[in-house]
Design a protein. Structure first.
Length: 585
């Protein structure tokens, strides 16, 4: 393909040189010939820039369109020079306004070379159709030897186009088609503004130079049509000649500036190496985003053991399908990648920058991947602990239901049976009444013990009525006076409510056994998406979570829910227990 691009470049040079030389024997003022040299030289420079871009990004249509645009303009200008040759005249007339759809296609598809919206595709397709319709009258019925207000001199020996079938006056038709170009230009400007508004910050910086040049070119085009009623300019008009020349070279130069910005950004890779030396692992993404100038950059790290991508926090991350909104660049071998960048598609115009940044950050990415793997394992450990706590709570609820529906119901049934026996024996049953009374008292004691056991396993009131009611029930049964302060009425979720309940229950039990306190204050509030439990007593203090299994078990339960438990118990100063549990756990 490189040979093809070189051939196109050589053909462009030969065409521009041939056009310039062909003006020599033509009866035109020297100023026109001098301007032709300038114009075709600038056109050849534009073709050269287009071929360079085409060679740099052969997978993008940008370079091809950028090469074709000045090529077509030069060919179109052949109608001014090669009037005596039928084939060049035919080709020039066929390309009369072909630069319009090429220009729109180039600008609206830059930098990827692909039109990303249906509206853009429809507009560009319409302009190609318009260019074909515009050329038909010239190719079929235009007489090059007849006077025409589009051209500044008559040519009695000019050659007709090879497609010529009849001669008709087309001045009125071409004037109408010329005015159609005006609304097309306005629609193009609207689409260009829409493209800039919808572009990401990084993409906007890339397309801005070309967009400004395109806006000025179209503004010049609109002004010229409004003043002259025709899109054509002549080299006799000094102001329009220089404006048209600036447009010819301005489009490829502005596009080159956009690409040059990408190349100068590669110098920031050296700064990236220095920056990464003092960047913590979690900051690698931010450092890369600054270097690539893409705030939307996402870093996906590959974990071979899991066979999946994760983010910097170890959370699973699925790569999006590459498209007009997001692009994906995989770092390393496809079979064993190191990481992947999810980024703005505009960065695809600078593959060298992506490669350089990835190479500079490879060691940091390796470290980041290890850190992410550790975080993923830690997250899995936390999830495992949470599942264990949840399974324990579910088992507690199952045992509580079994005790309530099984043993407790049987004991109640036995109590009813004893009462029936008492009725059958009557009041004087040789001492049997006393035995029945003792049996009933023992049965009631057994029921009380069973209910206490069931509540200790899992209180049904917590599930049925919520945390506030369950805490009030605890306070009523406590041997130490309990003051219930603020308690949220919102349901916090079964694991969180169970944890808060057992923190209070274990604390009340410890106070009753060891603290010699006269009052306890309990509050459970919701603060900053956390459930906050505070328990204070005025006992002797000296509680040590490390010396007892109760508080240590509560700490494990709270940590399993990604929360924290803190115990402050100075000797003689009472005990303060503070727990915070994320409500999103």
């Amino acid at each position: 393909m490189r040979a093809v691009r070189l051939l196109v470049w050589a053909a462009g040079g030969a065409l521009c040189a041939g056009m310039t030389l062909a003006l020599g024997p033509v009866d035109q003022p020297d100023v026109i010939k001098h301007r032709a040299v300038v114009y075709f030289t600038l056109s050849f420079i534009a073709i050269t820039i287009g071929v360079i871009v085409w060679d740099r990004r052969p997978d993008s249509r940008t370079g091809l369109l950028l090469t074709a645009l000045p090529f077509v303009e030069v060919i179109s200008d052949g109608k001014w020079i090669f009037w005596n040759h039928a084939f060049p005249v035919t080709l020039a007339l066929a390309c009369t306004v072909l630069y319009v759809p090429l220009f729109a296609h180039l600008v609206l598809s830059y930098p990827t070379g692909r039109l990303t919206t249906r509206l853009d595709r429809s507009f560009v397709l319409f302009t190609y159709g318009f260019a074909a319709v515009y050329a038909l009258p010239y190719l079929l019925v235009f007489d090059t030897r007849a006077p025409h207000d589009r051209f500044v001199y008559e040519c009695f020996d000019c050659a007709l186009p090879v497609t010529h079938v009849a001669s008709h006056d087309i001045n009125g038709l071409t004037d109408a088609l010329d005015w159609t170009l005006l609304p097309l230009a306005l629609v193009f400007l609207a689409l260009l503004g829409r493209k800039l508004v919808r572009a990401s910050p990084g993409g906007r910086r890339v397309v801005l130079p070309l967009s400004i040049a395109a806006f000025l070119a179209v503004a010049q085009f609109i002004a010229h049509i409004a003043l002259n009623g025709s899109p054509d300019t002549t080299w006799k008009d000094t102001s329009w000649f220089w404006i048209n020349s600036l447009v010819v070279i301005g489009i490829p130069v502005s596009l080159g500036l956009g690409l040059l910005w990408g190349r100068t950004a590669r110098s920031a890779v050296a700064d990236l190496v220095v920056d990464l030396e003092r960047t913590p692992p979690v900051g690698v993404r931010d450092a890369l985003a600054r270097t690539l100038r893409d705030p939307s950059l996402e870093l996906a790290l590959w974990l071979p053991d899991r066979g999946t991508y994760v983010d910097s926090h170890g959370r699973p991350l699925e790569l999006p399908t590459p498209g007009p909104e997001r692009a994906v660049t995989v770092i390393g071998e496809a079979e064993a990648p190191l990481a992947a960048f999810v980024h703005d598609p505009a960065l695809l115009e600078r593959p060298g920058l992506l490669e350089a940044a990835a190479a500079a950050a490879r060691l940091a990415l390796e470290n980041e991947r290890l850190q992410a793997e550790l975080r993923a394992q830690l997250a899995e450990l936390r999830a495992s602990r949470a599942r264990i706590v949840q399974a324990g709570d579910e088992e507690r609820r199952r045992l509580e239901r079994n005790l309530h529906d099984g043993a407790q119901q049987r004991l109640l049934g036995l109590g009813l049976a004893l009462q029936l026996v008492r009725v059958e024996l009557g009041p004087h049953a040789n001492g049997a009444s006393e035995l029945l009374t003792e049996a009933e008292e023992e049965l009631r004691a057994a029921l009380d013990d069973l209910r206490d056991l069931a509540r200790g396993i899992h209180p049904s009131i917590l599930t049925d009525q919520g945390l506030a009611a369950a805490l009030r029930s605890l306070a009523e049964r406590s041997t130490v006076p309990v003051s219930i302060g603020a308690v949220t009425e919102d349901r916090l979720g079964d694991p969180i409510e169970a944890a808060a309940y057992f923190i209070v229950s274990e604390s009340l039990a410890n106070v009753a056994k060891h603290a010699h306190a006269t009052t306890i204050r309990v509050s459970v509030t919701r603060r900053d998406e956390n459930a906050v439990v505070d328990i204070d007593d005025n006992g002797v203090g000296g509680a040590d979570p490390a010396c007892g299994s109760g508080l240590r078990g509560l700490s494990d339960r709270v940590q399993a829910l990604d929360g924290t438990l803190r115990v402050e118990s100075p000797s003689g100063g009472g005990t303060h227990i503070h727990a915070e549990i994320p409500c999103g756990s």
